[in-house]
Design a protein around this ligand. Structure first.
Ligand code: SF4
Length: 398
């Protein structure tokens, strides 16, 4: 239960009311966790349930009971569905003998657009078996069909997990390395962590902890220093480090200290790679040079953290952008799981996404691409504005 939400497999349970999705979820989780409403559309919140689902591992179910309980997917309903699907790794569409119509095929179209693997659970066979024609129709979309009665089928949990295992995204099965794959076993890596007023009291932040763990898992020698001791650390080492990773905010200072022949990147860039699409973010940063007076830039954050005086998204990045472009830009901030209307924006700058899963960032990239709005992230923008982006992404051959 201590596994971070951002590292859990997110499974959305979708379907019309009375298809038995709540009873399915209750059987799987062995708990009464779902919202059950007799009146369609009265419940609009997503119920989240995190659990260890062996042998898959830590998962979070997103029970969408009440969100999609209309037979027609109106535009507003599609928007609401999308908000859940944006962070969905695997989707489960629950249906029954009542039929499979535009509602479910609409969902399948969205899941296909978002590249989310899905299964169809044909439920309530204890009440009535699905018609053969209906089954064949579902089968024309997918082979991943589970025909069952969540209430009566003793094997339901086993069958459901078996189905889920087939759908697991590759990057969930083989979790990508943060930095270990960039350097060899036994390599030395220096991590530069400034302890400024943004640093939380008495601890270091999650991406830095995760990077240390990743390097230890990769049998690397990992040195952690502040930027003020970096020169001394380099002088003390008998061999050159294979990589230096710094907090983005100290990039310029660190870049001045670290000789050009030592690869240098930032934590944000490492996480842009595993939490999003580094190539897309680097491409997005090129839009900065085309920004004009009055252009709108959206700073998109995945959580509503408490903004401090010198906040990166509200102060540092806007100041860097204005200085770099010399333009009078309109900069908006937006925080949370929602995705606002982005049509008017010339650039989206995403945060490091430490509190969310990769799927949510990838979904946002897909939506941005669809609207032809360039998207990049904090670490890339900072490196770009400081003129050191090419050095920071050289180790990734970008
Ligand atoms: S990087 Fe994004 S998700 Fe992480 S704390 Fe900042 S705003 Fe929240």
């Amino acid at each position: 239960m201590k596994t971070l939400k951002s590292m859990r497999l997110h499974i959305a349970i979708l379907g019309k009311t009375n298809t038995g999705k709540s009873s399915l979820l209750n059987r799987i989780t062995n708990q009464d966790v779902s919202i059950v409403s007799k009146i369609a559309g009265t419940t609009t919140d997503v119920v989240e349930k995190s659990m260890e689902l062996l042998p898959i591992g830590p998962v979070t179910f997103l029970d969408t009971a009440g969100i999609n309980d209309m037979t027609e997917l109106s535009e507003q309903r599609i928007d609401k569905t999308l908000k859940v699907l944006n962070r969905t790794d695997v989707a489960v569409i629950v249906t029954n003998y009542d039929g499979f119509d535009d509602y479910e095929t609409g969902l399948i179209k969205i899941l296909g657009d978002l590249k989310i693997p899905y299964t169809v659970v044909v439920n309530k066979t204890d009440e009535e078996m699905i018609d053969e024609n209906d089954f064949n129709y579902i089968n024309s979309f997918t082979d991943n069909i589970l025909v069952t009665s969540a209430l009566k089928d003793d094997e339901i949990v086993f069958k459901f997990k078996e189905m889920l295992v087939k759908l697991l995204p590759n990057d969930y099965i083989n979790a990508p390395k943060i930095a270990g794959d960039l350097v060899g076993k036994g390599s030395t890596v220096i991590l530069v962590i400034p302890i400024d007023k943004e640093a939380p009291k008495g601890r270091i932040i999650l991406p830095q902890v995760q990077t240390i763990r990743d390097l230890l898992d990769s049998d690397c020698l990992c040195y952690v220093v502040k930027e003020t001791e970096l020169k001394q650390a380099l002088d003390n080492l008998k061999t050159l480090p294979s990589l230096v990773v710094t907090d983005s905010q100290a990039f310029q200072k660190v870049s001045d200290i670290v000789p050009e022949n030592i690869p240098l990147t930032s934590f944000s860039i490492l996480f842009a790679r595993i939490k999003g699409d580094l190539g897309e973010f680097v491409k997005g940063a090129r839009a900065i040079e085309n920004l004009q007076d009055g252009d709108k830039v959206l700073i998109l954050e995945s959580c509503t953290h408490h903004a401090i005086e010198d906040d990166i998204g509200r102060v540092k990045i806007p100041n860097l952008l204005m200085k770099k472009t010399g333009k009078n830009l309109v900069i908006d901030n937006y925080a949370g799981h929602d995705f606002p209307d982005i049509s008017d924006y010339k650039l989206i700058i995403h945060c490091g996404a430490c509190m969310t899963n990769r799927r949510e960032v990838l979904s946002r990239i897909l939506i941005a691409n669809d609207k032809k709005v360039p998207i990049t992230n904090y670490g890339i923008v900072i490196s770009y504005c400081l003129g050191i982006l090419s050095r920071a992404v050289k180790i990734f051959n970008l």
